[in-house]
Design a protein around this ligand. Structure first.
Ligand code: 5RP
Length: 239
């Protein structure tokens, strides 16, 4: 068997939801953060199937993007704000995709531009679960996939200069079928940044956020996730 990348994404999203239910780490009444992207979506779809088949009830979801909100609305999954009384700023579990995962399970996220709400959700959840295809499993982060940094538009030049002082090169993310830069769900811009030498991801996560005008960055080093990775051979490993 040799699964394509999109087949791996479909497999791991479904597998993780079923496995978490089997392990009793996912159960009725939970407050769940739902991620963004092409691997998180099959997990959201599987969650709705397990609600419809009666396995799960009284699930309250917080969506990390417009993409996920729309999916939940279409699939009948009840969505709340993190600020809603029903959620109270705290989640039991968050499940999401990732752009890269290193051996210490430090992540780069934000390829889909949703890093800010994804981090608010992930860092306010008791447990964090990542679903990914094999290509996301890498030996180090920061020199391959560019780290997204969400910034306030007025600070584009000053933040770029400060990031360059940290040794990174910066590219302003451009829209597709939209002239000019990507505007995030929160009305901000994104700089995609890369290093030549492997950076200390945990240190950089803090350093980047000290720059005035940075809203958030795509290093996720502070809530170590359980990671499910689908492989080309059709197996799924849990790490
Ligand atoms: C969106 C994200 C996604 O989880 C990440 O980009 C992975 O996406 P995909 O599952 O489509 O490969 O962080 O902001």
């Amino acid at each position: 068997m040799s699964l394509t990348q999109s087949e791996q994404k479909a497999l791991v999203g479904k597998y993780a939801i079923d496995k978490l239910i089997e392990q009793k780490r996912f159960f009725s009444g939970m407050k769940i953060g739902l991620g963004t992207g092409s691997t998180a979506m099959p997990a959201v779809e599987r969650l709705s199937e397990r609600i419809k088949d009666g396995t799960l009830s009284d699930i309250k979801a917080v969506a990390t993007s417009f993409q996920t909100t729309i999916a939940c609305e279409n699939l009948g999954i009840p969505v709340f704000s993190m600020n809603a009384k029903e959620i109270g700023g705290h989640l039991d579990l968050a499940i999401d995709g990732a752009d890269e995962i290193d051996p210490e399970k430090r992540l780069i996220k934000g390829g889909g531009g949703a890093l800010l709400i994804e981090k608010i959700v992930a860092y306010n959840a008791d447990s964090f679960v990542i679903v990914a295809d094999q290509s996301k499993d890498v030996s180090s982060i920061g020199t391959g996939f560019a780290v997204p940094v969400e910034i306030v538009a007025e600070a584009r030049v000053t933040v770029t200069q400060a990031l360059e002082k940290l040794g990174a090169t910066c590219v302003l993310r451009q829209g597709v079928r939209k002239a000019g830069p990507v505007i995030t769900d929160n009305g901000n811009l994104i700089l995609d940044i890369l290093w030549k030498e492997i950076p200390d991801a945990a240190e950089m996560e803090n350093e980047i956020n000290r720059i005035v005008g940075v809203v958030e960055n795509g290093f996720f080093c502070k809530n170590t996730p359980t990671v499910f990775i689908a492989r080309e051979d059709g197996s799924v490993i849990e790490r």
